[in-house]
Design a binder for this molecule. Structure first.
Ligand code: HEC
Ligand code: HEC
Length: 268
């Protein structure tokens, strides 16, 4: 009798183990690398399932600042810049600061992803830990639900690589200083880059000060050499900071001189 019970429980145990193995292998196969077809899918193409996951992430993570309808009126928004710039922007207005596209254009999906991944020092945390897939999903949600226009998939701005003759040199920074005066940067940022004390207004009429160029920690659009190059070329839409890509058309390498001048102001 006792032997019989043992035999039955052994049989059940083996059925249980077998089912566990079976289901875990099914689950694992669902997580396998979906293969090259998946990788080739257009990064900008919003797929319903991605947008749905993006919505979920947005509602749990971004809504407090950016608001249910993406208008920048979340419950916490008023505490960020109650009287001055920056405040969470209205995604539905289609004006974006951080782009790799020309001034006046919408950002690319990769631009939204960069902002979400890197965050904005002092005002928005980095969401790097969400993971790239989730960052893309929430970016696609913002574009389909709030921006509601097709985002550009390329830019007409030339991004000349920071190599060879365009790496830092004292001579290049000196030429950058000349451009700094010639292009009128000093009018807002001051002769020494520390600002002039003038207060300007952003697109919503909030007070905004030109960034102190000697303090990299106040830069919202990133502090790498490439980030500063991009800021100068594109400008920050919705703020008085203009884009200078027109002035550099055909001579993009000169923009690096200006970047080098800013780096020299920061002692790097
Ligand atoms: C603590 C508040 C806060 C949270 C949380 C937050 N943001 Fe932001 N976000 C801001 C502020 C403030 C700005 C405007 C910054 C500026 O203009 O410099 C902004 C700007 C942005 C921009 C636009 C930048 C541009 O180009 O003009 C995007 C895109 C963005 N946030 C996405 C997100 C996403 C996605 C999440 C959630 C994963 C999120 N944010 C969570 C505060 C927040
Ligand atoms: C009409 C005024 C104006 C002029 C001219 C101007 N800027 Fe700006 N700039 C601003 C303002 C305002 C900001 C701050 C924007 C913000 O806080 O989002 C800014 C921000 C910046 C930033 C920091 C961006 C960041 O990541 O937050 C850099 C770098 C910069 N300007 C460089 C330049 C250079 C180089 C020139 C000349 C080629 C120039 N600016 C001309 C007004 C100006």
């Amino acid at each position: 009798m006792r032997f019989k019970i043992l035999e039955t429980s052994l049989r059940w145990a083996s059925i249980l183990i077998f089912s566990l193995l079976f289901f875990s292998s099914v689950m694992a196969s669902g997580q396998q690398d979906p293969g090259p077809m998946h990788d080739m899918r257009n990064m900008e193409e919003p797929v319903a399932a991605d947008v749905a996951t993006g919505r979920m992430i947005y509602r749990m993570t971004c809504i407090h600042c950016h608001g249910l309808k993406g208008r920048g009126d979340g419950a916490a928004a008023i505490f960020i810049g109650p009287y001055s710039h920056p405040r969470p922007n209205d995604f539905t207005a289609g004006i974006f600061k951080f782009r790799s596209t020309e001034s006046g254009q919408l950002p690319m999906v990769k631009d939204l992803m960069r902002t979400i991944r890197e965050g904005i020092p002092g005002v928005m945390p980095s969401f790097r830990n969400l993971g790239e897939k989730e960052i893309r999903q929430v970016a696609l949600y913002i574009s389909t639900e709030f921006i509601r226009q097709e985002l550009p998939t390329k830019t007409t701005i030339e991004y000349v690589e920071h190599v060879g003759p365009y790496t830092y040199s004292v001579e290049s920074a000196r030429r950058g200083k000349e451009l700094y005066t010639k292009l009128g940067c000093a009018a807002c940022h001051g002769l020494d880059g520390r600002g002039t004390g003038i207060t300007l207004q952003d697109v919503r009429g909030l007070h905004i000060m030109p960034v102190d160029l000697t303090r990299q920690e106040t830069f919202g659009n990133g502090i790498s050499h490439e980030d500063i190059y991009r800021t100068i070329m594109t400008g920050l839409d919705g703020t008085p900071m203009p884009g200078f890509s027109d002035q550099f058309k055909g001579h993009e390498e000169n923009a690096w001189n200006l970047v080098h001048y800013i780096l020299s102001l920061q002692g790097r």
